[in-house]
Design a protein around this ligand. Structure first.
Ligand SMILES: CC(C)(COP(=O)(O)OP(=O)(O)OC[C@H]1O[C@@H](n2cnc3c(N)ncnc32)[C@H](O)[C@@H]1OP(=O)(O)O)[C@@H](O)C(=O)NCCC(=O)NCCS
Length: 194
């Protein structure tokens, strides 16, 4: 579920305590996942730093970063979601926010790359962007920002529909059980359940 999560772009010039606290958490997450790349990275290095944070605790759960590549193209430098919160669409939410932020800033395309052995980002890369060149080790992806943003929205909607239909099915099954019990079918029902 992503309803209790806020995804936002950090303002690199904002020196308020809360912004610095959020930035520090985002950097720590990057350093934890990529210790060699981000050992000495300053938050000011990133042109765009988008975070997903838990609304209540204000803990940063995910981060995506990007840099200018050409005048209207940007490159995604990293995306990380906290291990225990992966597989719950935070990644797609980060991509979606980054795409809309870049479009507002006048950009129209985004480039990303990863190692082919790194399975976790591959699904979202394939779903939202087109494959670019690939070697035995690396794959590059390329996408029009408006298409990438729509693809993220679509995946989030699909996921939500599956979740809702699963919840409805469970509710219906519970109602059915209640109904059978109140009709005196409980012995029969429990017998077939066991
Ligand atoms: C890549 C990463 C940011 C994805 O974040 P996430 O919140 O788990 O992703 P989402 O829940 O939005 O799911 C995105 C897609 O990736 C898939 N995915 C997530 N984790 C996966 C894993 N460990 N292995 C394979 N697929 C995975 C999801 O199933 C989903 O694909 P689907 O739409 O086909 O179901 C996260 O797995 C991560 O932090 N990985 C380690 C850091 C990393 O390698 N970053 C990329 C550097 S280029």
């Amino acid at each position: 579920m992503v309803s209790n999560i806020k995804v936002k772009l950090l303002d690199p010039l904002d020196q308020s305590d809360s912004n610095i606290h959020t930035r520090d958490q985002a950097l720590a997450l990057l350093k934890e996942e990529f210790p060699h790349t981000h050992e000495s990275t300053e938050a000011s290095f990133f042109e765009w730093l988008v975070v997903a944070e838990d609304i209540e605790s204000q803990i940063v759960l995910g981060v995506i970063t990007a840099q200018r590549y050409l005048p209207t193209k940007a490159v995604v430098t990293d995306i990380v979601v906290k291990k225990e919160r992966r597989g719950r669409l935070i990644g797609y939410k980060l991509w979606e926010c980054l795409c809309s932020t870049l479009m507002k800033a006048g950009y129209h395309a985004l480039i990303g790359y990863t190692e082919l052995s790194n399975k976790s980002p591959l699904n979202s890369f394939k779903r939202i962007a087109s494959n670019g060149p690939s070697s035995q080790k690396m794959i590059a992806v390329f996408g029009d920002l408006s298409i990438m943003e729509s693809n993220c929205k679509l995946r989030i909607l699909e996921y939500d529909m599956v979740r809702k239909s699963r919840e409805n099915r469970i509710k219906e099954e519970q109602k059915d059980t209640q109904h059978r019990k109140s009709n005196g079918d409980s012995d029969w029902y429990e017998a077939i359940q066991s």
